[in-house]
Structure formats: structure tokens, C-alpha cells
Write a protein that binds this ligand. Structure first.
Ligand code: B12
Length: 426
């Protein structure tokens, strides 16, 4: 069969401000699973496209694919002040494809995996695969090609009698294959902010509510072998002359021994890179800060996510320790802090603001409100407060701000950020 994979993401910002264009590494893993001795494969990345509709129409007319996979990364930009949904663009792409092709249209990607049935229905595609799909997608292609029944594949989302059905289980990936980055324009990505992604370890979930094996405990994280990570890094250097990387990780500092092992391997093998990654409150010490610096870390993105078992005071103490240890090592550290959740209080807001002033990170992002995602405590609150009627409404960018504090909080955060150039409110 002729298989066309399209990366639909065109977003070029992080936190609605910094220029960041993440490489479509998920699609590159998917491509790695396609058996090219059986199928003809083409990839279209719309990130740098001037006219995504015209370009897609052109490629579809010329290539005449039998199957088209659309990768959907973000539901929206997660900005309460300037919300922009990405899904109308994907819906329009599907409409354009349908005009000149009868190919089966298959959806997947992080955004799709959060609201699979809703996405499939909204954009009008044929099938979807929820969760990691490098293994599933190649099986799906085999079955479609051989005319076999594929409806029992894990994570499959499909139409039956005019309704969307979903197979619950998913097939977690351990990222053993090399992603097909050779099919992407790596020169354009090399200067596109935050570095080229290298998966180090990911939790068992796209976000805590979507577990692939039913567990979200840290021991269930998909921790890659350090040797494989080094192989991927060296290959980025050798094949594409890439030095700036982003370690794709749920929280690089967890578990701490693995974080130290990765940094030590980079140092021992004298690999000359600059890298960034996410940190969460919790595991951190001087040795890790030192190893991160020595191995080329140029920015630690500390977010107040995770550490759910800690109360606010404990969490802030832990975050302060991380910022201080980074400063001791001259390691730049950015902090993202959420405001306006169901448990937010005036006292809590003031504690967070005092922490940010005292810690004085390299730059600070204050997030007002939380993008409501299905299956969360905030989705329940949003339902109770009448913000949404059902979780199906969450395709639209929807933000929850604790109604008891909403007006005060907005004014307070605007006032605090307007006098601090390194503070960004989003
Ligand atoms: C690393 C990361 C970042 C890094 C990226 C750095 C880099 N250089 O790559 C940074 C910090 C820059 C970032 C930014 C943002 N991110 Co981010 N990010 C992630 C994270 C942790 C990992 C993504 C990743 O690379 N995964 C590894 C790859 C290999 O997996 P994958 O892409 O999911 O692909 C697999 C499957 O999805 C599937 N698949 C993919 N495509 C297709 C296509 C088909 C046809 C099929 C069948 C299957 C399929 O198979 C793939 C292989 O198994 C995820 C959370 C998570 N755990 O997934 C959030 C996540 C993707 N980000 C998200 C968001 C919202 C953002 C921001 C908008 C945040 C903001 N407020 O600005 C920005 C957007 C940036 C932009 N311009 O697009 C959301 C997206 C969903 C949503 N809620 O809308 C996620 C899921 C977090 C969350 N839980 O909300 N992010």
C-alpha cells in the first residue's frame, strides 16, 4: 500500500511566548515501524508550510495514498488569554483530502489520545489509534493490506453503526527503534528552539488520567536503556550535526539514579551537547545539579506539576531547593507555576508569589487557570460549576479558574507580572 504520514502541528510557541517548534518525533517513530519492503512510505511535515491545505492537496493528488495517518500533537495552545484550537485546521485538512482521495484516514498523537472519540467524530476521520502506536500502526497496516479484521487492535478507535467505539487497552512503546528523522527537514529544526527531542523516559501516561497499563506509579515509567539513549544522541550528532537537544521526559530528575546515570554517561563518553528537560518537585541533590551542568544542561524547566502527594508548603520548599542548587552550579532554571485550581486560596497564592520572588528563577511562567482535561478533578469541578455540560465539550479550549478567587487572582497576577520583565503570565 501507499502510506502517507502527515504531521499536522504548526504551533511555534511554548507558553504562548517562547519560539519552540518540537520535531514530530512521534510520527518519526511511527514511520520507523512501517515495513518499506511491503509499503511505499511518504511523510509530509506541515510545521514550516506556508499553505498547509494547498501543500497537502498537492501531495495527496500526486502520491495517491491508500492510507493517510494524521498526527495531532496539541489540542490547543493552552492559553487562557489567547486560546487557539488546532482541531479546525485538522478538520479542514480531512475535508480537503476527501475531495481528491478515498484513502483511509487514521488519526493519532498526544492530543488525539486525550479525547479520541471526540476528535475522530469532530474531524471526520475513519479510524484512530490511541496512545503509543509504533507497533500498533504497522499491525494495522498489515491487516488493512491483507483485508483482515483489525477491530480488535489495542487502542483502536473506530466507527460502528454510526457511533464511535474505542478499545480500552493501549500498547506502550519502549522506543527501541530509531525514529525516522531522515524523513524530516532537520536543518530547519536545528535552530527551532529547545532542541531536538531524544526520549529519555516517559511515564506510563500521556497525562495522569490516561494510563496505558492501568498504573501511573513511577516504577512503571518507561525508562530507556542509557546505552540506547547515548546511541540516539550520537546518531543525532553524526548524521545531522545536531548539538542542541531536548530530553523528552516526564520529569528528568525522577528517579534520581537514572538521571545521574544518563548525565554520567554523557560526561564519561565526552559527548559535547547542550540539552534541556523538565524537572518536577522531589528528587534532587547537589550531585545531580553538578552532573546536569557538566553534561551540558543549559536550561532546567521546573514545573509545579507532579509531587501531588506533597502539600503546598512542602512542594515550595522542594522547588526552592532545586532552584538554589541549580544557581550554585550556574545552571539556568525556569519555573512554571499554576494558579487558580480548585484548592487555590488567597494564602496559597501569596505563598507561591513569595516563593517566586525569593527564588528569582532565570525566567518565570505564571499560568492562570488550568486547561480542563477529561477524567480530572478539575473536569468534575468544571461540570459542577456549569463551565461544561459534559467532558465531550472539552475539545474546545476550556479553562477552569477557581470561581471564588477568579477576579482577584487575575488582577493580582497581572499587577505582579507587569512590574517584572522575567515573569510571563499565560
Ligand atoms: C516533551 C514535551 C514538550 C516539549 C517538546 C520539546 C521537543 N523539542 O520535542 C516542550 C516543552 C517544548 C512542549 C511544549 C508544548 N507542549 Co508538550 N509535551 C511534551 C511531552 C512530555 C512528550 C511529547 C513527546 O515528544 N513524546 C514522545 C513521542 C515519541 O510520543 P508521541 O508524540 O506521543 O507519539 C506517539 C503517539 O502519540 C502515537 N502517534 C503520534 N502521531 C501519530 C499519528 C498516527 C496516525 C497514529 C496512529 C499514532 C500517532 O505514536 C507515537 C509513537 O508511539 C508530552 C506529554 C506526554 N507524556 O506525551 C507533552 C504534550 C504533548 N504537550 C502538550 C502541550 C499542550 C504543549 C504546549 C501547547 C504547552 C504550552 N502551554 O505551550 C507546547 C506546544 C509546543 C508547540 N509549539 O507545539 C500536550 C498536548 C495535548 C494537549 N493537552 O493539547 C501534552 C500531551 C501534555 C499534556 N498532557 O497536556 N512539550
Amino acid at each position: 500500500m501507499k502510506v502517507l504520514l502527515i504531521a499536522t502541528n504548526q504551533a511555534d510557541r511554548f507558553m504562548d511566548r517562547m519560539v519552540v517548534r518540537p520535531i514530530p518525533i512521534g510520527m518519526a517513530y511511527l514511520a520507523a515501524g512501517v515495513d518499506e519492503s511491503v509499503h511505499e512510505l511518504r511523510v509530509l511535515d506541515l510545521m514550516f508550510s506556508d499553505d498547509c491545505y494547498l501543500e497537502t492537496e498537492g501531495v495527496v493528488r500526486e502520491f495517491q495514498p491508500d492510507v493517510i495517518g494524521l498526527s495531532i500533537r496539541n489540542l490547543d495552545n493552552q492559553s487562557i488569554f489567547n486560546p487557539e484550537s488546532n482541531l479546525p485546521m485538522v478538520k479542514q485538512l480531512v475535508a480537503i483530502i476527501r475531495k481528491s482521495s478515498s484513502a483511509k484516514i487514521i488519526l493519532g498523537g498526544p492530543a488525539f489520545s486525550i479525547l479520541p472519540s471526540e476528535c475522530l467524530n469532530y474531524v471526520g476521520a475513519d479510524i484512530g489509534v490511541r496512545g503509543d502506536a509504533d507497533a500498533n500502526f504497522s499491525q494495522l497496516l498489515e491487516k488493512i493490506g491483507d483485508g483482515e479484521n483489525y477491530l480488535d487492535l489495542p487502542g483502536l478507535v473506530y466507527w460502528t453503526n454510526g457511533k464511535v467505539e474505542m478499545n480500552e487497552s493501549c500498547n506502550p512503546s519502549y522506543y527501541e527503534m530509531l525514529p525516522r528523522l531522515d524523513l524530516l527537514d532537520m536543518r530547519k529544526y536545528s535552530g527551532s528552539g529547545f532542541g531536538i527531542g531524544v526520549v529519555t523516559k516517559l511515564a506510563d501516561a500521556y497525562y495522569p488520567q490516561i494510563s496505558m497499563s492501568g498504573t501511573t506509579h513511577a516504577s512503571q515509567w518507561r525508562v530507556r536503556d542509557t546505552k540506547d539513549i547515548m546511541r540516539d544522541i550520537k546518531r543525532l550528532q553524526a548524521d545531522f550535526n545536531i548539538r542542541n537537544m531536548f530530553f523528552i521526559d516526564t520529569a528528568f530528575n525522577k528517579p534520581i539514579e537514572v538521571a545521574k546515570e544518563i548525565c554520567t554517561a554523557v560526561v564519561t563518553e565526552s559527548i559535547d551537547i547542550r540539552w534541556n528537560s523538565y524537572l518536577h518537585p522531589g528528587d534532587f541533590d547537589q550531585e545531580l545539579a553538578n552532573l546536569m551542568k557538566d553534561s551540558g544542561c543549559s536550561l532546567a524547566l521546573l514545573s509545579d506539576a507532579g509531587g501531588e502527594s506533597q502539600n503546598l508548603e512542602e512542594k515550595l520548599i522542594s522547588m526552592e531547593k532545586i532552584v538554589d542548587l541549580c544557581r550554585l552550579e550556574s545552571l539556568p532554571c525556569a519555573v512554571t507555576m499554576d494558579f487558580g485550581g480548585p484548592d487555590e486560596t488567597v494564602h496559597g497564592t501569596e505563598l507561591k508569589l513569595s516563593f517566586l520572588k525569593k527564588a528569582a528563577p532565570t525566567f518565570t511562567v505564571l499560568r492562570l487557570g488550568k486547561r480542563v482535561l477529561p477524567g480530572t478533578k478539575i473536569a468534575d469541578e468544571a461540570m459542577k460549576s456549569g463551565l461544561i455540560d459534559s467532558e465531550h465539550d472539552l475539545l474546545e479550549p476550556t479553562f477552569y479558574v477557581n470561581p471564588k478567587l477568579a477576579i482577584w487572582l487575575r488582577e493580582r497576577l497581572v499587577a505582579e507580572t507587569s512590574i517584572r520583565p522575567r515573569w510571563n503570565l499565560t
